[in-house]
Design a protein around this ligand. Structure first.
Ligand code: GLV
Ligand code: MN
Ligand code: MN
Length: 399
């Protein structure tokens, strides 16, 4: 499976993956998923929001156990964030079949669309739509960097965008969702465990900052006459770092657009996207307010207009305790023994947890690096993840 996936959407220069929603690379990933489903004799379907499903048992049955993850990537992402969960799901099913178990509940593997939000700016679009956490109007208003609306992109990729919307009946048929994911930190490396269970996802969001100044000549405009949004932007990046450090949170400007983007022109506009996350809501509120205030004060000094727009927000997710404890019992016995850890990364499991009892398994990442071509998990740990997922699925869905 890894060999088939490896070349899809890989940039030869960076070695990273560029698998953005509804692009050719995404279509290739989807074709791979369909092929994996059909070659195992599973019932393949695409839901109204473009999420893919592979069913063992009746797709219309109730109390289904669902696993899976996503196949899209961030710009120059690693091989594991997303695909490890999907590949492990198919491998766990193969393992269960070789164990000869009898399934007592329908089982499905899912590939949720546009988890990273790399193209349209909003993460987890497929699961958000299904869970009613993104309205059809909001989805229609999403545009990529070239101004292409989401429905047009879906249509171009051969999907009917008129069907998108909440899918409560489908979610009501799911009794448990378990997502396996590469860890995006070093907790398991430090504890010396190949696999852990998720406790919670930090609240997180994305804010767009528009710093508007005045374009002018870089050689002839006196410094005192400038209204340079790059200055305000730069101070805001430093403020984000300071506020996050003070609060024990994280805050990142990882994407900017500059207009007119000329070497010898003072910028007229700098648009930067802030991603910030914290262990609790009030800490995150404090960080966000501090950054915005610093940006406005600096904007006053620079003669630059500052506009802040919250583009997305996901509240704290506390995974279902009963399911989490059940996973702990299946994997660690009654004495515990398997680490339980929180994460600052977002996941479809977090979105679905409001509608479905949801749990996550993490697989050790020795460097903790993620959202980068250097993201890695060792083969032994990946296999331990498959065994753990198979054990969990057996415990939940088999006799
Ligand atoms: C998704 O990986 C996110 O946490 O942004
Ligand atoms: Mn990710
Ligand atoms: Mn992911």
């Amino acid at each position: 499976m890894w060999r088939d996936l490896a070349p899809i959407g890989r940039d030869a220069g960076s070695g990273g993956y560029r698998r953005y929603a509804w692009t050719a690379a995404d279509a290739d990933c989807r074709a791979w998923f369909k092929d994996q489903a059909e070659s195992r004799g599973l019932t393949y379907e695409v839901d109204r929001n473009g999420n893919q499903w592979a069913w063992l048992g009746d797709p219309e049955g109730t109390d289904a156990v669902v696993t899976g993850s996503h196949l899209d990537s961030v710009p120059d992402g690693g091989a594991f964030d997303g695909p490890l969960g999907v590949v492990s799901s198919f491998a766990a099913l193969d393992e269960l079949r070789s164990r000869g178990v009898e399934f007592t509940r329908p089982l499905a593997i899912g590939n949720f669309g546009d988890e990273e939000g790399a193209r349209f700016g909003l993460a987890c679009v497929g699961s958000r739509l299904a869970a009613g956490r993104l309205t059809v109007e909001q989805a229609h208003a999403l545009r990529d960097g070239d101004g292409v609306p989401l429905p047009h992109a879906m249509e171009k990729a051969g999907y009917d965008p008129s069907t998108i919307g909440p899918d409560p009946e489908r979610l009501a048929r799911i009794g448990a969702f378990v997502e396996l994911h590469v860890e995006q930190g070093r907790a398991l490396d430090l504890s010396g465990d190949p696999v852990g269970i998720a406790s919670a996802i930090w609240p997180h969001g994305r804010w767009r900052y528009d710093f508007t100044g005045e374009a002018n000549h870089a050689g002839t405009t006196r410094l005192v006459d400038r209204r340079d949004p790059m200055l305000t932007y730069a101070q805001t990046v430093l403020a984000a770092r300071r506020e996050a450090e003070l609060a024990g949170a994280v805050a990142t400007f990882g994407k900017i657009v500059v207009e007119p983007n000329g070497v010898n022109a003072i910028a007229s506009l700098v648009r930067g996207w802030l991603d910030s996350r914290a262990a609790d809501q009030s800490t995150l509120d404090t960080v966000i307010a501090g950054i915005e205030q610093a940006a406005r004060e600096q904007g006053e000094r620079d003669g630059v207009d500052v506009r802040v727009t919250r583009e997305s927000f996901t509240p704290v997710v506390e995974f279902a305790h009963a399911l989490r404890d059940e996973l702990g019992r299946i994997l660690g016995g009654d004495g515990g023994g398997i680490p339980v850890l929180g994460t600052g990364a977002g996941h479809d499991a977090g979105i679905l947890s409001a509608s479905v009892p949801t749990a996550m398994l993490f697989v050790r990442n020795p460097t903790g690096v993620s959202h980068s071509p250097a993201e890695h998990a060792g083969e032994d740990d990946c296999l331990a993840g498959v065994t753990a997922l198979a054990d969990v699925l057996e415990g939940l869905a088999c006799r």
